[in-house]
Design a protein around this ligand. Structure first.
Ligand code: 8YV
Length: 309
């Protein structure tokens, strides 16, 4: 049996049902009892960015062999527990890089050029009545990237096409790249107009965007978060935005999804998306195919396509 805790992709569900006994946990009323009843047969879990496999779930499933995540980020999978129990873990890197990087640029443009606000202005009939405010130019703005991995590099490449000088912070400098490296996040934030958070969520990067970093970015700075909500100290970000100490924000992720601080709903310099970074038809299919490829490889004793553990 393959356990899916939450719905994530209709195509993935259909393809899993063709090949495996798919158990959709969200459709059963008594989840704990259901897990107990099926604990002897569940050999795989397919999680995603919101619901992975925590220690409790892993302990409930003694026959679990593999966690195949429908996401590149695997912060919701207890990797130590998996290592300890010899459970394999796979993710979906590369196939979603373009979409997530595209969205970072989209958010930057949406915040600076006030695209969502302009759309609301037109739809509400304001255009016919009043004057309109000027916005901020994106081309040429300095873009700081926190985490220069696969997606970070794709963001850099796109920003370069907008003539943006690129700088970054990551655990180690990448001297083969021509972008400016800052060994400290506060320095990166002080020296960029737009800060894009795109690193993996780990104990080291949790709340890496704290008050000091936010103040370094400053009243003209814009924060783009396409990584994970907990990278940012959310209450600090909200007060900085409310007090005008931070210029704007474009967010796809939040600390406690699907909860979003409602104070942000009043702010026109903030663009809020419901964690849709990789949600295109094309990438949904590619991610699902990768999950299935990993499961099939595992169950036929072949090397995993994209192993993490
Ligand atoms: C979501 C993501 O997982 O890959 C990740 O880490 O956060 C996203 O791709 C995706 O939207 C499916 O839930």
């Amino acid at each position: 049996g393959v356990l899916m805790p939450v719905p994530m992709s209709t195509y993935l569900e259909q393809e899993l049902e063709k090949r495996f006994n798919l158990l959709k946990l969200w459709t059963v009323p008594q989840k704990t009892q259901f897990l107990k009843d099926h604990s002897g047969s569940i050999r795989a879990v397919v999680g995603n960015a919101g619901n992975g496999a925590d220690a409790e779930l892993i302990e409930t499933l003694p026959k679990l062999e593999i966690v195949a995540s429908f996401s590149v980020g695997i912060d919701k999978v207890d990797l130590n527990k998996c290592r300890e129990k010899g459970i394999r873990v796979t993710n979906t890197p590369d196939v979603l890089t373009d979409d997530v990087a595209d969205l970072a640029i989209g958010l930057a443009l949406a915040v600076l050029r006030r695209l969502c606000e302009s759309d609301r202005y037109l739809r509400s009939g304001q255009w016919k009545k009043g004057d309109y405010k000027l916005t901020t130019k994106f081309t040429g703005k300095t873009v700081g990237i926190l985490g220069l991995g696969r997606i970070g590099k794709a963001v850099a490449k796109r920003a370069e096409a907008f003539s943006c000088p690129i700088s970054y912070h990551s655990r180690t400098e990448k001297p083969e790249l021509k972008y400016k490296y800052y060994p400290c996040v506060v320095e990166l934030a002080s020296n960029c107009d737009i800060l894009v958070v795109v690193c993996a969520l780990t104990d080291e990067t949790r709340h890496i965007i704290n008050r000091e970093v936010i103040d370094a970015l400053g009243p003209k700075g814009v924060l783009i978060n396409i990584g994970r909500g907990p990278h940012v100290d959310e209450p600090e970000m909200v007060s900085a935005l409310l007090e005008g100490r931070l210029g704007g924000a474009g967010l796809d992720v939040y600390e406690n999804e699907p909860e979003v601080p409602e104070q942000l709903f009043e702010l026109e310099n903030v663009v809020l998306l419901p964690h849709v970074g990789s949600d295109t038809v094309q990438t949904d299919t590619a991610m699902a195919d990768l999950v299935i490829g990993n499961l099939e490889a595992h169950f036929s004793n072949k090397p995993l396509l994209t192993p993490v553990v």
